[in-house]
Design a protein around this ligand. Structure first.
Ligand code: CDP
Length: 224
C-alpha cells in the first residue's frame, strides 16, 4: 500500500482551520490533529499549578514533564493531560488568553514539535496550527494557509463560545484575537507565517463547504 499523504493547514485564530480540517480528514480517511490543543493543554496545566507566565524556564520544564495524549473517540479525539480529560477545559477563555505566552517559548515548541512529527511520521494526517507547513511538516504533500477578516473571525469565535455557554462581546473577542495574532506573528521562534509553497485561501464570506470544496479540488489537481 502506498504511503498516505500529510496535509498542513496554518493560519490565525478563527480562520476556520479546525472545522474544515476535521471534514477534510474524514473525507480523505486521514487523521485530524489539532496542534493548538497541545499548546492549550500545557497552558491549562500551567494555570492549574499557578505558574508565572513570565517564567520561561518553569514553563519549559512543565512542557517536558507533562504527558499529553490524543485518544480517538467517535467525534474526533479526547485530549488527556497526565491522564485527565481536559477536552472542554482547554477551550475556556482563560486558556485562550494565556496560550500564546506559552507557545512563544522555544523549548515548549521543541517538545510539542517532536511529538507532532512522531504522530505524522507514518503519513496520513491533516495537521493544523501555526507552524505546520513551515516547521513541523516542511515536506507535507499539501499545504494550505487560511485567513479571514478579523470581524469574521471574531464573529465565528463568538458563535462557537455561545454554543459552549459563554457570552462574550464581539469587541472583547476582536481584542483577544488581535493580541494573539500579534504575539504569534512576531515571536522569535516559529512565527505564524505562510509557507512559500502553501495555497492561500481567504475564507471571508465563504461557507465551510465552499472552503472544503476548494481544498479538495486543489488536492485532486496536485497530488498524483
Ligand atoms: O483555535 P484557535 O485558532 O483559537 O487557536 P489554536 O489553534 O487552539 O491555538 C492556540 C494557540 O496555540 C495559538 O494562538 C498559538 O499561540 C499556539 N500555537 C502555536 O504556536 N503553534 C501551533 N502549531 C499551534 C498553536
Amino acid at each position: 500500500m502506498s504511503r498516505k499523504i500529510n496535509i498542513a493547514i496554518d493560519g490565525p485564530a478563527g480562520a476556520g482551520k479546525s472545522t474544515v480540517a476535521k471534514i477534510l480528514a474524514k473525507k480523505m480517511g486521514l487523521m485530524y490533529i489539532d496542534t493548538g490543543s497541545m499548546y492549550r493543554a500545557v497552558t491549562w496545566k500551567a494555570l492549574k499549578l499557578n505558574c508565572g507566565f513570565d517564567d520561561a524556564e518553569e514553563l519549559a520544564r512543565l512542557s517536558a514533564v507533562t504527558s499529553i495524549e490524543l485518544v480517538p473517540d467517535e467525534e474526533n479525539y479526547r485530549i488527556l493531560v497526565d491522564g485527565i480529560d481536559v477536552t472542554s477545559e482547554i477551550r475556556k477563555p482563560e486558556v485562550s488568553q494565556h496560550v500564546s505566552l506559552v507557545a512563544r517559548i522555544p523549548e515548549v515548541r521543541e517538545n510539542m514539535r517532536r511529538q507532532q512529527q512522531t504522530m505524522a511520521a507514518p503519513g496520513g494526517v491533516v495537521m493544523d496550527g501555526r507552524d505546520i507547513g513551515t516547521k513541523v511538516l516542511p515536506n507535507a504533500e499539501v499545504k494550505f494557509f487560511l485567513t479571514a477578516s478579523i470581524e469574521e473571525r471574531a464573529r465565528r469565535r463568538q458563535e462557537e463560545l455561545k454554543e459552549r455557554g459563554y457570552n462574550i462581546s464581539l469587541e472583547k473577542l476582536k481584542n483577544e484575537i488581535s493580541k494573539r495574532d500579534y504575539m504569534d506573528k512576531n515571536r522569535q521562534t516559529d512565527p505564524l507565517v505562510q509557507a512559500e509553497d502553501a495555497i492561500l485561501i481567504d475564507t471571508t464570506g465563504l461557507t465551510v463547504q465552499q472552503v472544503v470544496d476548494k481544498m479538495v479540488a486543489y488536492i485532486n489537481k496536485s497530488v498524483k
